[in-house]
Design a binder for this molecule. Structure first.
Ligand code: COI
Length: 380
């Protein structure tokens, strides 16, 4: 215990030796588990560090019936993707960010977490050993699922005495089938102030099965949740962005300076997209919401995309021209319609929309088609 994993250890198993690709129909991938060859497991005791883990054939694990995860939901998950490029490289997208988010979540859930290096090493080993399951370029991605769980026995309500970290992987295609028609959920809430909505606790997800099932029974694709004050919160598995177009003179936006990392990133993406060479940054209003975003396009002598994160009242769904969802599983997906209190609001989709441009940009970087100037991709 306590040993740090240094760098990336080349796994001894190479699943691709028997053929470059697994023999499945790569044209029909959805978002469901296709079991792959190996998973990576690492254990530790409470107040100790994770030690070196091992690759083992993907399959069932033994779990104590009295474990923290089974009894009290002491668990976190992550999700990230690996893509194959046209020239055969395999790229991970920002795995350190997932590792850091797991560390933050582990604090909230009173769990031990792997170090960033251990997390990234586990992910790399998992992808490497399952290489033949990384879809061919353009056919999808490998979705990697890191799981952290309280595996030690508990009976009283308290943190478990042991923790297990597992990563497994599955090839995936699009998360949503067909166009995205959302319904605003008014009865069920998924997060409360001070709760676990801000971390990827496993317990955040089973509670949305019922509203999703009800929405699907009415013909909708997914659910848009509101918070208790009727501000937009998030779609069941994705963030949501509203796009509004405004005309403004350039100087009016010059006083704004970006501060938050994701705003910087989006802004940079936009600069890249529009081939704008200026490197001015703009500050935006500080807000309380962590999950909703509003993009405001400002058309002037220069074309700028201003990103604001703020609490958005549900009524503003009527003012948006375009809405899109973002997330690891979903990527960037434009919303076709949102139904709120029996009124269906239709949005722009397709060529020329912000959602479409960001989709092209994101998938371009992830698959090596567009140069990664941000250092977001990590080659296996
Ligand atoms: C994500 O894409 O970030 C998710 O959490 C989706 C997962 C629940 C399938």
């Amino acid at each position: 215990a306590g040993a740090e994993v240094e760098g990336y250890n080349e796994p001894s198993v190479n699943s691709h030796v028997n053929g470059e690709y697994a023999k499945i129909n790569w044209d029909v991938l959805g978002f469901g588990l296709i079991p792959t060859d190996y998973m990576y497991i690492m254990n530790c005791s409470k107040d100790q560090h994770f030690s070196q883990g091992t690759l083992t054939p993907f399959g069932k694990i033994e779990v104590n019936p009295s474990s923290g995860i089974l009894n009290y939901g002491q668990g976190l998950f992550e999700g990230l993707k690996a893509h194959r490029t046209a020239n055969g490289r395999i790229l991970l997208f920002r795995p350190e960010e997932n590792a850091m988010r797991m560390k933050v979540g582990a604090k909230r859930m009173c769990m031990q977490a792997p170090t960033v290096e251990q997390f990234v090493n586990a992910v790399k080993q998992t992808v490497h050993s399952n290489k033949r399951w990384v879809p061919p370029p353009g056919k999808g991605a490998m979705y990697i699922r890191p799981l952290l769980m309280g595996s030690g026995p508990v009976l009283g309500v308290a943190p478990a005495s042991e923790y297990t970290f597992i990563t497994y992987a599955s090839p995936v295609g699009n998360y949503h089938k067909g166009v995205l028609n959302l319904i605003v959920e008014e009865k069920f809430r998924r997060a409360i102030p001070g709760g676990t909505g801000g971390v990827k606790a496993v317990t955040n997800y089973a509670i949305i099965y019922k509203p999703i099932a009800e929405a699907k029974a009415k013909g909708f694709t997914d659910v848009l949740f509101l918070n208790a004050e009727k501000y937009i919160e998030e779609v069941s598995t994705t963030n949501i962005f509203l796009v509004k177009t405004t005309s403004a003179r350039y100087y009016e936006v010059e006083q704004i300076t970006l501060t938050r990392w994701y705003e910087l990133e989006l802004m940079t993406m936009w600069y890249e997209l529009e081939q704008i060479t200026s490197t001015r940054w703009y500050e935006l209003e500080q807000t309380t919401s962590t999950r909703c975003y509003e993009l405001e396009e400002i058309t002037s002598t220069r074309y700028l995309l201003i990103v604001k994160e703020r609490a958005i009242p549900v009524g503003e769904l009527f003012d948006a021209e375009e809405v899109f969802c973002t997330g690891t599983a979903v990527g960037v997906n434009s919303v076709n319609s949102i139904t709120y209190q029996d009124t269906r609001i239709a949005y722009k989709r397709g060529a020329g929309t912000v959602g479409q441009k960001l989709y092209e940009m994101l998938t371009g970087i992830q698959t090596g088609r567009i140069e990664d100037k941000m250092g977001w991709t990590v080659e296996l």
